[in-house]
Design a protein around this ligand. Structure first.
Ligand SMILES: O=C(O)C(=O)C[C@@H](O)[C@H](O)C(=O)O
Ligand SMILES: [Mg+2]
Ligand SMILES: [Mg+2]
Length: 389
């Protein structure tokens, strides 16, 4: 089988907060007729560093046409050469590589007539627990609207939440107090996520202040790539520490410096399922746990993560992929399913990734490019259309 054409389609899908995220749908056509789909997710990060869609499609054509999609190792090597790993969380080359790599696994599993998970180590589980994100408080009056989100999502079966913190710790404390007084015993706070906004000492002070409320772990409590800072925080904090994995070198440094307890692995940030599997193996070898992170993908990217997560033996903490719940709509015929706060895998009898493109929806949300207008820091960091701050 050989790849015969690469097709990219950009869509802009709003979240319930009004914030619009742009994603790129990948189609890999082959000479056998099978078509693999993937998703380059959430180009809203680093909005001023934009990708030209036409150039990208021509570049991927030149790299991929004529290649056998089963040659995932060689194709990933080639993609790394063209979109190199970077020591940065939102490196868009990783988003690009991820969209292509996902489509490789999809077209190969479709060609073989098996579920994508069968090419990713099989299934240890048919579903896994996820948590709903509560975005960062900048103003005290955002506490009420976030408590309302908890109330509504709890009714839908989400009983676990993660809280972005660190910009207004008074509001963070007020929110946690309300959660534990109004939903005692019914709601779990999985993590405080500092999103690399504070240095490790400020994060430690905030964590100690909030530790009278139970939560399971602390994420990103130091500046980017501050491996020693993460280690200092970790040794002085009673809670497990997680950090996103955005490059093999970064993960190597975190293993060497014993910076974390948990690696947060999302194919989008490490550049694909192939790279994510390597990161998961490295975590296992280092005796660390993993959880699956997210950039808040649509159903294609989320289904790929469901298949990836189903085989991981050390998936010991609640994961994060909830994108299809955050967007007002999706671009597949049947969205990936959640059940009582669990992300469910597609039926194993379905070949491939398990979701299909809905071209009516794609036309509805199609955008001409990935350019971006002016957005405030609040909107960017906290994924909102609010214009305050
Ligand atoms: O765990 C995180 O950190 C995120 O989820 C980052 C968010 O910004 C995510 O990428 C989003 O778009 O909501
Ligand atoms: Mg995070
Ligand atoms: Mg994102």
């Amino acid at each position: 089988m050989k790849i015969s054409k690469v097709k990219l389609t950009a869509v802009g899908v709003p979240r319930h907060t009004g914030f619009v995220n742009k994603h790129v749908i990948v189609q890999l056509e082959t000479d056998e007729g099978a078509v693999g789909i993937g998703e380059m997710s959430d180009f809203s990060h680093l909005p001023r560093y934009s990708v030209d869609m036409k150039d990208l499609e021509a570049t991927l054509d030149s790299i991929l046409i004529g290649k056998n999609p089963f040659d995932t190792a060689d194709i990933n090597r080639e993609l790394d050469l063209n979109f190199p790993q970077a020591l940065y969380y939102y490196e868009k080359g990783s988003f690009i590589r991820n969209g292509v790599d996902t489509a490789l696994y999809d077209v190969c599993s479709k060609f073989l007539g098996v579920s994508m998970s069968d090419l990713l180590g099989g299934r240890q589980r048919e579903k896994f627990k996820v948590c709903y994100p509560i975005f960062r408080h900048r103003f005290m009056d955002e506490v009420d609207e976030n408590i309302e989100i908890v109330r509504n999502r709890l009714e839908q079966g989400f009983d676990t939440f993660r809280l972005y913190v660190g910009k207004n710790v008074d509001a963070d404390e007020a929110f946690l107090d309300r959660v534990y007084s109004e939903f005692a015993g019914k709601v779990t706070i999985k993590s405080l996520d500092f999103s690399h906004l504070l240095d490790w000492k400020d994060a430690l002070r905030a964590t100690k202040r909030l530790s009278k409320y139970h939560f399971e772990l602390v994420e990103s409590p130091a500046f980017w790539n501050d491996f020693e800072g993460l280690n200092h925080f970790r040794l002085q904090c009673e809670f497990p520490v997680s950090e996103h994995v955005w490059s093999p070198r970064q993960q190597y440094e975190m293993i060497k410096k014993d910076s974390v307890d948990i690696f947060n692995i999302a194919p989008v940030f490490i550049g694909g399922l192939t790279a994510a599997r390597k990161a998961a193996y490295a975590a296992e070898v280092a005796g660390k746990s993993v959880l699956i992170g997210t950039t808040q993908e649509l159903s294609i990217g989320t289904s790929a993560m469901a298949h990836f997560g189903s085989a991981l033996p050390h998936l010991n903490y609640t994961s994060d992929p909830t994108g299809p719940e955050l967007y007002i709509d999706d671009i597949v015929t049947d969205k990936i399913q959640y059940e009582n706060g669990f992300l469910r895998l597609p039926d194993r009898k379905i070949a491939g990734i398990g979701v299909d493109l809905d071209w009516n929806k794609i036309e509805k949300y199609r955008v001409p490019d990935l350019s971006w207008g002016d957005v405030s820091v609040h909107q960017l960091q906290d994924r909102t259309s609010q214009t305050r701050g």
